[in-house]
Structures are given as C-alpha cells and as structure tokens.
Design a protein around this ligand. Structure first.
Ligand code: M6P
Ligand code: ZN
Length: 188
C-alpha cells in the first residue's frame, strides 16, 4: 500500500474577522517583510502589521485542498495600498479560488508572459485563479479586506520569482480612488 498522508474530516469556524478555529496556523506579515515589494519604504513603522493569513493544517499533497483566510489591514505605504507579497505556485499549474468575505479590494493576476488582469475582490466575489497566474491582493478600502482561499494541496508558494521580477502594475491611492499605474521595476 502506498504511504499517503491522510486526514480525517473536520469542521472549522470562520469568524467574521477572518480567524479560522480551531487549529489554524497564523502568519503575520509586517512592513519589514514587504521591503522587496513597495517602491518606497518609510523609515519607521517596520513592525506594523500589513496582513495575516490563517491556514488550516492540511497535508500538502495533490489529493487535499489547502484552506486559508487572509486579512489585509487598511492602509498605505507611501502612496501604495497595503497588499500581499503575491506568488506563483511552486507547482505552476495549480489553481486557486478566492471568496471575498468583507471589505473592498483588487486582485492582481499576472502570467509569466507579462499578461495581467485586475479583478474585483470584495464581499461576495468569487475569483478563479487558473494555474500559471501569479496573484496578489490589495486592500483599497477603509476596512480590513477578508477573503477565503482554497487551492490544490501541493501547490506551494514561489515568492522568489516575484521578488526578482515583481508585478507589471502597482495600485496608487488617490483622492479619486485607486489608480493602476505601470510598475517601472517589473522585469517580465
Ligand atoms: C491567500 C492564499 C494563500 C496566501 C495568502 C497571502 O490566502 O493565496 O496561499 O498565502 O493569500 O498571500 P501571499 O502568500 O502572497 O503573501
Ligand atoms: Zn496561491
């Protein structure tokens, strides 16, 4: 018999603030973790929280589905909104689904050939992220942006490619709302 990591059925509770209980592993990303991702970094506030990910412990195999919530706080770094680092999947063809729970934001999708899309990510939206598309979420509102994500268990996160090449566009806060601008640092 093949030795496959198994898991028993379980039910978790999704709190309105995005926490998953019991058993979720929480990762907090601070401003200092985002150095590679913002055009300009302020001198202070390095330990300010930008976002949290609450992930249920599921084996990282192709037969399981990873489940997590992400809570991006409202705010800006320079003129750019609080956002996630963004990643390709380590196993490139693995897909993912986001369900928006509260707040208002945008989902940036970018393929390796430079093609990119900006989708709405907010309470009630369902975003389908096909394999091969890097994804970053951005809080453009004044409340926390909370969404649920489900993806193929062995997908993995490739952050290095994004750190090296970045995304084709950035999201700037203006008095008229979010503006999408080309990213001079993009190396597609
Ligand atoms: C979603 C999923 C997670 C991801 C998180 C934060 O919940 O895509 O896999 O970890 O967003 O995004 P990132 O890992 O790019 O910081
Ligand atoms: Zn992903």
């Amino acid at each position: 018999m093949t030795d496959i990591e198994r898991i028993l059925p379980f039910t978790a509770l999704l709190h309105p603030d995005g926490r998953l209980e019991p058993g979720a592993i929480t990762t907090t990303r601070l401003l200092s973790d985002m150095r590679a991702h913002y055009a300009s970094m302020p001198a202070g506030r390095q330990d300010a929280a930008i976002y949290r990910v609450h992930a249920l412990p599921v084996p990282e195999t192709h037969s399981e589905i990873q489940c997590s919530t992400t809570v991006i706080l409202p705010g800006t770094v320079g003129e750019e909104y609080f956002m996630t680092k963004g990643h390709f999947h380590q196993v490139r063809d693995r897909a993912e689904v986001y369900v928006g729970l509260s707040g208002e934001g945008l989902l940036l999708l970018a393929a390796a050939d430079g093609n990119h899309r900006v989708e709405k990510l907010a309470a009630g939206t369902v975003n389908y992220i096909p394999g091969g598309w890097a994804h970053r979420s951005v809080n453009t509102g004044t409340e926390p942006l909370v969404f649920f994500a489900a993806y193929v268990g062995d997908a993995g996160h490739d952050y290095v490619t994004i750190e090296e090449r970045d995304f084709p566009v950035r999201f700037i806060h203006t008095s008229d709302g979010p503006r999408v601008v080309p990213n001079a640092r993009y190396r597609g």
